[in-house]
Ligand binder design. Structure first.
Ligand code: FE2
Ligand code: FE2
Length: 447
């Protein structure tokens, strides 16, 4: 049996490649996250390596370039070497597999190199898994299908179909697991079952329910609606009902919470991810702005509700593959993201704006606010200068998210939070007077 060697620190990718390459090419795969360890393995005469696949970058290091040069230095010219990712500075002679998640191409290329024909490959069936946020299981009593966890590059079965979700699932959340896997063939069925269960669960939430519980259900709602939006052409009745329930619960929390500390404490306790936490905190901040700016009123809050719930929905597909991602703007430069994922990041505002257009009874203008929520009028990318060509409510959201990011930066680094310092920092970046007016209202926010 031939052995393939993968140099990669991306756990999701390692699992995908291991499973697929094993089945299709009948090869063993060894993975190394450290270049030195990989080189030691290859140069050890005891080991036989038939192909090396290497990420272009690991952390800040040019992994492919370093690994390839070491092989040449050791006189190992014959081992086929593939780079996954961008060519960048790499030399012409190196073979590039540009999109790491284009499995068909990656597997096909390697198989061909190993002399495996398309016909050989067609006769094999591959277990194919789809990532689901762990929270999507919380509203279920029993899992509707086999469920897996990724561990050291392997998919391990943790739930047989029909087995109880609780309390076992709690231990995975406590281990900071954020994503579980279901068979791809069960993907749609699974999200439908979760939608139904969640709708029933939202009915048990009253105004008096604990804030923590409300925050939890809204997060489950956002993640589930996001999955449904990606699979359905149109927003179905049940998705509308679930979203509208969750939006109301969310606004209820934001309206009632005494201060930011209280909100942050509950989000931390729920082990909420960055994407969700920052939207909820920004919601609290934006609500404060609308209460304190002369033009703010109830109709704006109604719009804010939709904007908060839907504006970053497309990013859930990126965050669920990389649970420790944080600030949105930095994603474009994050080496862990594939090109495809970066495209999602760049166009997420435009995509969400298009999706919300089909939502019945959506207040007027919500789509443009969502489109403009990173300061560009077409919803593509992130603005570098913030101008007056966008709607006032989009400016409120931009300032609220920027304020939230500064606040979280302080909290994460253990610094004392000084509202006045955050505000003067913001004034430098958002210097137009319409933005400054919004920033000024934040001087009285309760931390
Ligand atoms: Fe956001
Ligand atoms: Fe965003």
């Amino acid at each position: 049996m031939s052995t393939l060697l993968l140099i990669s620190d991306n756990e999701v990718l390692n699992s995908l490649y291991t499973v697929n390459l094993k089945v299709y090419t009948e090869s063993d795969l060894v993975c190394y996250a450290k270049i030195d360890d990989a080189i030691d393995h290859i140069t050890d005469p005891e080991n036989e390596v038939s192909v090396v696949v290497c990420l272009d970058k690991i952390g800040r290091e040019d992994a492919a370039l370093i690994a390839y040069s070491s092989l040449l230095e050791s006189g190992l010219f014959d081992i086929p070497f593939y780079v996954v990712g961008n060519r960048g500075e790499l030399t012409e002679e190196m073979d590039i597999l540009q999109d790491p998640f284009d499995l068909k191409n990656v597997i096909g290329t390697i198989a061909k190199r190993l002399g495996i024909t398309a016909k050989d490959m067609a006769s094999k069936s591959v277990p194919d898994y789809y990532p689901m946020p762990i929270r999507m299981f919380f509203s279920l009593q029993n899992v509707p299908c086999q469920t897996y966890i990724v561990h050291e590059g392997h998919f391990n079965l943790i739930f047989e179909s029909g087995s109880p979700v609780w309390p076992k699932i709690k231990s995975y959340l406590d281990q900071k697991v954020t994503t579980l896997y279901v068979p791809s063939s069960m993907r749609f069925e699974f999200t439908k079952i979760v939608t139904k269960a969640l709708r029933e669960k939202t009915n048990t939430i009253t105004r008096k329910s604990p804030q923590e519980e409300k925050l939890e259900i809204v997060q489950q709602g956002i993640e589930t609606v996001a999955e449904r939006l990606f699979e359905d052409e149109q927003i179905t009745q049940e998705v509308i009902q679930l979203s509208s329930k969750c939006m109301n619960i969310m606004m209820d929390v934001i309206d009632k919470v005494p201060d930011l500390k209280d909100l942050i404490r509950d989000l931390t306790r729920n082990k909420s991810g960055f994407l969700y936490s920052h939207s909820i905190i920004a919601g609290y901040v934006a609500n404060h702005v609308l209460d304190n700016i002369e033009w703010g009123g109830e109709s704006h809050k109604e719009k804010l509700k939709f904007v908060l719930f839907f504006h970053d929905m497309h990013l859930t597909s990126v965050y669920k593959n990389h649970s420790d991602l944080e600030y949105e703007e930095s994603l474009v430069f994050d080496e862990r993201l594939s090109e495809e994922e970066k495209e999602v990041v760049i166009s997420h505002a435009a995509k969400a704006a298009e999706a919300i257009k089909t939502y019945p009874k959506c207040p007027l203008g919500v789509d443009s606010i969502i489109r403009q929520h990173h300061g560009t009028t077409n919803g593509m990318g992130f603005a570098t200068t913030y101008k007056d060509d966008i709607s006032p409510l989009a400016k409120v959201l931009i300032i609220s998210e920027a304020f939230t990011e500064k606040l979280l930066e302080c909290l994460y680094s253990g610094e004392e939070v000084e509202v006045s310092t955050i505000c003067s920092d913001l004034k430098e970046k958002y210097s137009k007077h319409t933005y400054v007016k919004i920033i000024k209202t934040l001087l009285t926010i309760k931390l």
